[in-house]
Design a protein around this ligand. Structure first.
Ligand code: BEZ
Ligand code: FE
Length: 261
C-alpha cells in the first residue's frame, strides 16, 4: 500500500467517524463553532500534544506494543537528561517535597536472562505536578536522569514517591475536562525508557498500590503489571545505614525487553 492509499484509508475512516457522531448527537451550529474556537485556542496554547496523549496515545501504544509491560510516553519526555553516578539518586532539590523512594529492579530479556548495561532513562513530576524543562518552577533536569544497569541487569535508584498527578490547569484541556465534568487526574507515576543494543526500546510507567486514580486514569494508561506495592522502612538502624533522617519506601520491578525485530 502506498503512503497516499494509507492516508486515504485512515483519514476517510476518521472523518466518517466524526461525521457520524455529529449526526447522531444533532450537533448545532453554536456547538460546532464553539468546538472550532476551542481547537484554535488549543493550538495557540501549545496543548495539542497534551490533548492527544491524554485521549489517544493509549490506543496507538496498544496497537504498537511489542510485548507486555509498556505504556504511553506522554508529552513530557526530554532527551539529554544527566547521566547519574552510582549510588544513583535522581537529581532533586535539597528540600524536594515527597517521601523518599528506593526503587530497585532488573532489566531482563523476554526469556528472563539479565541484560547487562541496559540504559534506564527516568523522569517524573515533582509533588506539585510540574515537570522540569517543561513547566516553570523546577530547576533544569530536576527529577530526570539516565543510569545503566550493572553486569547482572540490576539497578537501584533513590527518588521521591510521586503523589497522584493532575494535568496542567488553566488551559484549553482543563477547560474541556471541566465542560464535560471529568476529573484531570492520573495516578502518581514514574516514567521509564529502557534501552539496550539488540532489543526494542521499552517505554513505560510504574504506578503504586493505593493511589486513588489507578482505576480512573484520565489518560487510560494503567496496566496491572505496572502497579507496585510500597514497603515502608522506619528502623533507625536502616535509616542511618542509608544516611536518611526520615522513613523511606522501597519497591522493585522487572523490566522485560523484546528482541529487536
Ligand atoms: C503524563 O504521563 O505525565 C501524561 C500523560 C498523558 C497526558 C499528560 C501527561
Ligand atoms: Fe507523567
Amino acid at each position: 500500500m502506498t503512503s497516499q492509499q494509507r492516508t486515504h484509508e485512515v483519514l476517510s475512516d476518521i472523518i466518517d467517524s466524526v461525521n457520524a457522531q455529529l449526526d447522531k448527537h444533532g450537533v448545532t451550529y453554536d456547538e460546532y463553532r464553539a468546538g472550532l474556537d476551542w481547537l484554535i485556542r488549543l493550538g495557540h496554547a501549545g496543548e495539542w500534544p497534551l490533548f492527544a496523549d491524554v485521549f489517544f496515545e493509549h490506543t496507538v501504544e496498544a496497537v504498537n506494543a511489542t510485548g507486555p509491560g509498556s505504556t504511553i510516553e506522554g508529552p513530557y519526555y526530554v532527551a539529554g537528561a544527566p547521566w547519574l553516578e552510582r549510588p544513583y539518586v535522581l537529581p532533586q532539590r535539597d528540600d524536594e517535597a515527597g517521601d523518599v523512594l528506593i526503587l530497585s529492579g532488573t532489566v531482563l530479556s523476554a526469556e528472563g536472562s539479565p541484560v547487562p548495561g541496559a540504559v534506564l532513562d527516568l523522569w517524573q513530576a515533582d509533588a506539585d505536578c510540574l515537570y522540569s524543562n517543561v513547566h516553570d518552577g523546577p530547576p533544569a533536569f530536576n527529577l530526570r536522569g539516565r543510569m545503566t544497569a550493572d553486569g547482572n541487569g540490576r539497578f537501584e535508584v533513590r527518588t521521591i514517591v510521586p503523589p497522584s498527578y493532575h494535568l496542567p490547569r488553566g488551559g484549553p484541556v482543563e477547560e474541556l475536562l471541566n465542560a464535560a465534568g471529568w476529573h484531570d487526574w492520573r495516578p502518581g507515576h514514574l516514567h521509564f525508557m529502557v534501552s539496550a543494543e539488540g532489543y526494542e526500546s521499552l517505554t513505560t510507567q510504574l504506578y503504586f498500590e493505593g493511589d486513588r486514580y489507578l482505576e480512573s486514569d484520565i489518560a487510560s494508561a494503567v496496566k496491572p503489571e505496572l502497579i507496585l506495592s510500597l514497603r515502608k522502612h522506619d528502623d533507625p538502624a536502616e535509616l542511618s545505614e542509608r544516611g536518611l533522617s526520615r522513613p523511606f519506601y522501597s519497591t522493585s520491578h522487572e523490566f522485560r525487553l523484546t528482541p529487536a525485530g
